[in-house]
Design a protein around this ligand. Structure first.
Ligand code: ZN
Length: 192
């Protein structure tokens, strides 16, 4: 089973949402990369994710849950960097991108999940980034701003702008878009 349904719903959300569509154009000529499914502990947590999105985001929340076990789930960091509890309750997959389920060289789109009570420490990457919250909530921090984001909220990070995120009593399910230079370079933790 492929993630075509998830792609269709992301495309609908992108065209209906000005913060998403003004951040990056929908890519042309998407082709399938034929990614195999890879399941991690977060796969099941996403499958059984209990929070509801908004009217606007719930179709994607449902599609992500229903197709969770068919995705190529990944984790960028090691246990040394983030600890075992974080690794067991976080994960993402690249829906669109250079190495995504659907190939594009113009943007990357990730579906990403964090369980409750996690601290995602300061990190950065060259690509510009837009987080869009599908359901749940989290505190987003940069040197410029600190704010709690909820469903339908978004948060922009400049190229190489260091950022961190904390979840409290809720987990969080997000759509993350990348554009600009350095698309192929993954995020790294800031040196302490
Ligand atoms: Zn980031």
């Amino acid at each position: 089973m492929s993630l075509v349904k998830v792609l269709e719903v992301v495309k609908d959300l992108h065209s209906a949402n000005p913060s998403l569509s003004s951040f990056v154009d929908w890519p042309k000529n998407l082709t399938s990369n034929e990614k195999s499914n890879v399941n991690i502990p977060a796969t099941d947590l996403v499958k059984h994710f209990e929070l509801k999105g908004s009217q606007h985001t719930q179709p994607l929340v449902s599609a992500v849950k229903e197709h969770a076990q068919f995705a190529n789930w990944q984790r960028t960091y090691t246990e040394d960097e983030v600890g075992l509890d974080f690794l067991n309750r976080y994960g993402y997959y690249e829906l669109i991108g250079t190495n995504g389920h659907f190939h594009s060289d113009d943007l990357r789109a990730f579906i990403a999940y964090w369980g409750e009570g996690l601290t995602y420490d300061w990190h950065s990457h060259e690509a510009e980034e837009l987080y869009f919250l599908l359901a749940g909530s989290a505190l987003f921090k940069t040197e410029r701003i600190e704010k709690i984001l909820k469903t339908n909220d978004s948060c922009y990070h400049r190229s190489w702008e260091s950022h961190s995120m904390v979840t409290f009593s809720d987990p969080v399910l997000t759509l993350v878009l990348w554009r600009g230079n350095g698309l192929e370079i993954l995020s790294t933790m800031d040196k302490k």
